[in-house]
Design a protein around this ligand. Structure first.
Ligand SMILES: Cc1cc2nc3c(=O)[nH]c(=O)nc-3n(C[C@H](O)[C@H](O)[C@H](O)COP(=O)(O)OP(=O)(O)OC[C@H]3O[C@@H](n4cnc5c(N)ncnc54)[C@H](O)[C@@H]3O)c2cc1C
Length: 506
């Protein structure tokens, strides 16, 4: 059975109601003459626990807002398969992430600019950062944070840093502070310390209601193909085919009068592009997909951060493990939260790098204080390739972990060579879910081929743009959400400028 074809006058369409998609939907629908349709493959999944920091993160919470699957075996890490996790709900990964909010250092954006990415220097992006941040105080950096750390171990770590004269950074996200040092993290939390995901922040119910004439949200619907007109010298995106996520026989063709914007994230976006015939010819031919454009850049690069967690014993009551091992503590904290909305349940997961040591026996009297050694700027790129033509079949993600010897050496030095690296990585190395660069912003014939130009337009295809974490020219040595949001803000600014220009001309 098929839904009828629909036409939304003057529609822009955003596929993927994730972090960037939601911000775009908010910004674009501010203008009444711009109709936006957001298509999200999963459901709202709003539960009591989904706003509680400790219970809502992918690592701690229920599975209803995640998609988890195994990566391709990692050749340079004993063929280990890594766990791939992506958000799959309204708000995307912002519903399940660690809520850590870091801009990263200005030099990395300036590096993008120096590589020719016009409009993407730190100064160019500064207004985009500010636009999505909420002021708590007078300082330049102004997102929210807890005023105190939750666990004494974090305080001890700060004291130890002071003792060693290791610099303490008071504002992690200020470009005026040194990058090296110890700092308290900032988070997406509201005034009461609850998770403040993009779903809650950018498309609250009253806003959606007030814009119902030009903002449409379609959930549990997957975009499985972009449609093209091939009448001109280059393909033009004309709309998308949507299928009910749980039943492929229910489908809908949507016609986009202005353009199609893909915001499916660094794994979902190359998958949709390849299923639509935009990808390396050999990959498409192998899947018997009609080639719309032989596009070597799509999914050919993929970057992520590899983390090696280290942990140290601390007293049990300094650790989240107390919740697990001491039922009375768990009950006390639960009641504290219910009655006063206070206590451990408000602790964001990554302040709880005081984490369980799986190697310990259940009866261990210790808590753990964890440190992660992270490869921030991996040099060996991975790939994303289709495994089948079914959108619901996750693609093959090959991280190419430690594919360059230089990275192995760096890690060995950091771990002080005290253990056998391969064995250690095999047991402990993990992705920290910062997938990016799979449809990078660069020239199409760059040595590492690009997919979109500086205005996020897909090379050689009309009316198709990408706005999500897949377009970063290269991975940043920080968490990625701030920049994914800035990409959406920047895109919205570009569209508004285009609209203003055409109004002035008319
Ligand atoms: C477990 C985890 C923890 C993280 N922790 C942090 C952190 O603490 N701080 C930080 O800065 N970053 C963190 N990140 C990374 C950050 O969440 C992402 O970089 C960011 O969300 C990327 O935004 P996006 O818009 O590109 O994609 P996403 O937010 O992943 O959104 C993509 C959306 O597209 C939808 N979709 C995909 N394919 C289709 C399709 N074919 N049709 C319709 N819909 C589709 C998905 O369901 C999803 O909602 C974390 C990520 C994960 C997974």
């Amino acid at each position: 059975m098929c839904f009828p074809t629909v036409r939304l006058e003057d529609v822009r369409k955003s596929c993927g109601g994730g972090r960037a998609g939601y911000i775009l939907a908010n910004r674009l629908s501010e203008t009444k003459d711009c109709t936006v349709l957001v298509v999200e493959r999963d459901q709202p999944s709003l539960t009591w626990a989904s706003q509680v920091p400790l219970l809502s993160a992918a690592s701690q919470g229920d599975e209803s807002r995640n998609l988890k699957f195994a990566s391709a075996p990692q050749k340079h890490a004993e063929n280990k398969e890594m766990e791939v996790i992506v958000g799959s709900a309204m708000g995307g990964s912002s519903r399940i992430d660690g809520m850590i909010y870091t801009r990263g250092i200005s030099g990395q954006f300036n590096e993008w600019h120096a590589q020719g990415r016009k409009g993407w220097s730190y100064d160019d992006l500064h207004s985009c950062f500010l636009k999505s941040e909420r002021a708590l105080d007078e300082r330049e950096w102004c997102n929210r944070s807890h005023s105190k750390v939750h666990f004494p171990s974090a305080d001890s770590a700060i004291r130890a840093a002071k003792k060693l004269d290791f610099p303490l950074i008071s504002e992690l996200n200020s470009p005026n502070e040194p990058f090296i040092g110890m700092a308290k993290l900032h988070y997406n939390i509201d005034n009461n310390g609850h998770r403040y995901d993009v779903f809650a922040a950018f498309l609250p119910a009253d806003l959606v209601e007030s814009r119902k004439k030009n903002l449409h949200i379609c959930t549990r619907a997957s975009v499985n193909r972009i449609n093209f007109s091939l009448a001109d010298s280059q393909p033009m995106a004309t709309g998308v085919r949507i299928e009910a996520t749980s039943d492929r026989t229910y489908s809908l063709e949507v016609i986009a009068d202005r353009e199609v914007i893909i915001c499916s994230g660094a794994i979902g976006t190359p998958q949709v592009l390849m299923l639509s015939g935009l990808g390396p010819k050999e990959q498409l031919s192998a899947m018997k997909i009609e080639v719309i454009k032989d596009f070597s850049g799509v999914g050919t690069i993929m970057q992520d951060h590899l983390a090696i967690p280290l942990s140290f014993h601390v007293p049990l009551n300094h650790s989240i493990i107390a919740l697990k091992k001491q039922p009375l503590v768990a009950l006390r904290e639960f009641l504290k939260y219910l009655i006063a909305e206070k206590g451990m349940l408000l602790s964001p997961v990554h302040e709880l790098s005081v984490r369980a040591d799986h190697a310990e026996e259940e009866s261990s009297p210790h808590g753990d204080f964890g440190l992660w050694v992270i490869v921030m700027r991996p040099k060996a790129p991975g790939t994303i390739r289709l495994k089948s033509t079914d959108l619901r079949d996750p693609p093959a993600c090959n991280f190419n972990l430690l594919g360059e010897e230089a990275e192995q050496i760096e890690l060995r030095l950091t771990l002080l060579g005290s253990v056998d690296l391969n064995t250690f990585i095999d047991a402990w190395g993990q992705s920290i879910y910062h997938y990016t660069a799979s449809c990078r912003m660069a020239l199409e014939d760059d040595t590492i081929p690009g997919v979109v130009d500086d205005e996020l337009k897909v090379h050689g295809v009309n009316r198709l743009r990408i706005a999500d974490a897949s377009i970063f020219p290269s991975i940043l040595a920080t968490h990625l959400q701030v920049t994914a949001i800035a990409v959406a803000e920047k895109y919205a600014d570009m569209i508004k400028a285009d609209c203003q220009e055409s109004t002035t001309i008319n």
